[in-house]
Design a protein around this ligand. Structure first.
Ligand code: SF4
Length: 274
């Protein structure tokens, strides 16, 4: 196994960059348990810089993520939230691309006012294509946080080549029989709906918890959008994971063929629960 000359240069640049970012206080390092975080942790170690690696327990990561981290990356500190992802849904309804309250409460709060090394890569999303390796967070409540992105210009192939070359332990969910292409919150609304459905099918217990949580939210917010448009948590969940316009959802219910969200979700997702 060898690595390409291009990747060798990227590694050297990333290590030099991390060293140039070091100050008196240790840098934060966001470790999610996914492949990119495995790489940045190893780069930080090889750079010899002072850092505090933190795993923010979102409570909705693929099962076994915490055991994987404890076993293979014991230097990572596990941080547990005051309220789980499901408790947040109970209080606020579904998160969305525009309402990322779960990210703010479960993950981003650890970076407020800090300089944090993160495994973000430009090739993962259009929004990141103009990101600089040192990125200021302009949101006021983040209090001048700085995102330090040593692998922003790396490709997915670079990441895998690095992991395999250095023989780094990585999550089982990237391999058969799971073959997930991302490792993070199951059913994250920042992904497209096909990905959400695939992940909820793979981890149906999380789907059930979301349905229970959103139904509680609907009961305590009878005048809200969800309670006004859906008869139960199953219908709301169906709408959530299909990203259809609300008018289209109502058309479905009026259609010639009876539509039963609970039956569909039980058949397609929840029947996988052993
Ligand atoms: S579900 Fe998505 S938006 Fe919510 S905390 Fe997880 S990554 Fe962030």
């Amino acid at each position: 196994m060898s690595i390409s000359w291009e990747l060798y240069l990227k590694i050297r640049q990333a290590i030099d960059f991390l060293r140039s970012m070091e100050r008196d206080n240790p840098l934060n390092l966001g470790f999610s348990g996914g492949k990119d975080s495995v790489v940045i942790l190893n780069l930080a170690e090889r750079a010899g810089i002072k850092y505090n690696a933190i795993y923010a327990n979102t409570t909705v990561d693929p099962p076994g993520t915490i055991s994987f981290i404890k076993k293979n990356y014991s230097q990572v500190q596990i941080m547990h939230p005051e309220r789980s992802f499901f408790k947040l849904i109970e209080g606020k309804g579904f998160p969305s691309r525009l309402r990322r309250f779960c990210c703010e409460e479960l993950k981003e709060r650890y970076g407020i006012g800090k300089r944090s090394i993160e495994g973000m890569r430009a090739s993962e999303s259009q929004n990141r294509k103009d990101y600089e390796p040192e990125q200021c967070d302009t949101r006021k409540w983040m209090k001048g946080a700085i995102h330090i992105l040593p692998i922003i210009g790396w490709t997915e192939d670079d990441v895998w080549s690095y992991i395999l070359y250095y023989d780094l332990p990585y999550s089982k969910y990237y391999d058969d029989p799971y073959n997930l292409n991302r490792h993070g919150c199951v059913g994250c609304p920042l992904c497209n709906c096909k990905q959400m459905q695939l992940e909820f099918k793979m981890f149906p217990r999380y789907a059930k918890c979301v349905i229970v949580a959103v139904e509680r939210y609907m009961n305590t917010h009878p005048n809200g959008f969800l309670a006004q448009n859906f008869v139960d948590g199953y219908e709301a969940f169906y709408y959530y994971i299909n990203e259809i316009p609300i008018a289209e959802f109502h058309e479905l219910k009026k259609g010639l063929f009876s539509f039963n969200a609970k039956e569909i979700i039980q058949r397609e997702i929840l029947n996988q629960i052993e």
